[in-house]
Design a protein around this ligand. Structure first.
Ligand code: ZN
Length: 380
């Protein structure tokens, strides 16, 4: 490497240029546990200092190629971009689901997933946190909302799949690159030694049953691989929601990972927020407040109405006498459209309302919640 530096040195001398010493440093990329080189590199007879991070094409690389530093910087920048969308939402209150998703994909995702082709093989909490914050903000829910419910109702592609999509794009570029290119040689070397990047690619192709693509170094169809990964993710999600106590109501009315009608319909923010809170089990009914204070479930009552029962989501929606008047309009809708549901179980009704009559159920929740608040705190 010193001889290469000497060539640069000579070239600079020939063209009467000088190297900016303040911006020239040496980084020794190596495995963890290997000590840093002690060799002194010189440019223009001055020694170069060693550094442990280096910014290349806008991405910060560290000496052990952990990418942590670079990813944190990307997440911070993407967070600021998201902040600017959120501040725009204050002026434009009724931003639709499609517009919000497009803004996120065009404004935040490209920053968050910059160079993800290189680092994207693992699930990263900092990256996920940015996308979760965006979903929470659109649905109008607080930070303790179960992430599984957020994801299910928004139906967005998870970060890990987007990251893997970027890796597949890089794989395609590298596999069709001429053999003489340095990047291609590094790629072949990485593959021959089964180094981490190729190992991660191998895992992706294995998972999607496309082992031959990896073995023969072929180009792949990015969309179809992503489609398989997403399908598997949705299956895992459908299984995971059964293991979370807080999603007791949620799993009664949600089986498929896709955008919910109450999310895609042009509802105002307060109605969308109340619907999301009720579905995800965070609406401050006695059942949720009791969970917070570890009160046994059967004791989670509240004197909003005279019925001495546990105040849960089903009670609030279908039984609480406080919302009787507003409920009549809601049930009339059901009577008109699907009267046979009248005698079915509450869970079936609930699922039907959110699927087919999201607008009416949202309006009912808003007025019933207002009445409940008025009764409890004496204000609107
Ligand atoms: Zn009640």
């Amino acid at each position: 490497m010193q001889s290469l530096l000497d060539i640069v040195d000579h070239w600079c001398w020939k063209w009467r240029l000088s190297v900016n010493q303040g911006k020239t440093e040496v980084i020794h990329f190596r495995k963890q546990g290997v000590s840093r080189s002690t060799f002194n590199f010189n440019v223009e007879v001055k020694p170069l200092c060693y550094t442990n991070i280096y910014k290349y094409l806008g991405f910060t690389l560290d000496e052990h190629l952990q990418f942590r530093e670079g990813i944190n910087t990307l997440a911070d920048t993407a967070g600021r971009a998201l902040g600017s969308i959120i501040s725009k939402m204050k002026n434009c209150k009724d931003l639709s689901y499609t517009t919000f998703s497009m803004l996120y994909d065009a404004w935040v995702s490209p920053i968050l997933l910059y160079a993800a082709g290189v680092w994207g093989g693992k699930e990263l909490s900092r990256v996920n946190a940015t996308q979760n914050q965006a979903m929470r903000c659109f649905l109008g829910v607080h930070k303790f909302t179960p992430v599984l419910a957020l994801q299910g109702d928004m139906g967005w592609e998870p970060c890990l799949i987007k990251q893997k999509g970027e890796m597949l794009r890089l794989w395609n570029r590298l596999s069709s690159m001429p053999e003489v290119r340095i990047a291609k040689k590094v790629f072949n070397w990485d593959k021959a030694h089964n180094y981490p990047w190729c190992r991660e690619m191998n895992a992706i192709f294995n998972e999607t049953d496309q082992q031959h693509v990896f073995t023969n170094g072929l180009r792949c169809n990015t969309q179809s691989v992503k489609h398989i990964l997403f399908r598997e993710y949705k299956e895992k999600w459908a299984n995971d929601i059964w293991h979370k106590q807080q999603l007791k109501t949620y799993r009664l009315l949600k089986y498929v990972y896709s955008p919910e009608p109450y999310v895609t319909l042009p509802l105002d923010r307060s109605r969308r927020s109340l619907c999301a809170q009720l579905r995800t089990g965070i609406l401050p009914l006695a059942i949720e407040i009791g969970r917070f204070y570890s009160v046994p479930e059967e004791e989670r009552l509240r004197s909003v109405c005279d019925l001495n029962v546990v105040e849960d989501e089903l009670h609030f929606l279908f039984y609480c006498p406080l919302g009787d008047e507003a409920r009549q309009i809601l049930f009339q809708k059901m009577q008109d459209v699907k009267s046979e549901l009248f005698w079915t179980e509450d869970e079936v009704k609930l699922e039907w309302f959110f699927r087919e009559e999201a607008f009416s159920v949202a309006t009912f929740i808003k007025s019933a919640w207002k009445l409940r608040k008025n009764k409890l705190f004496g204000c609107f």
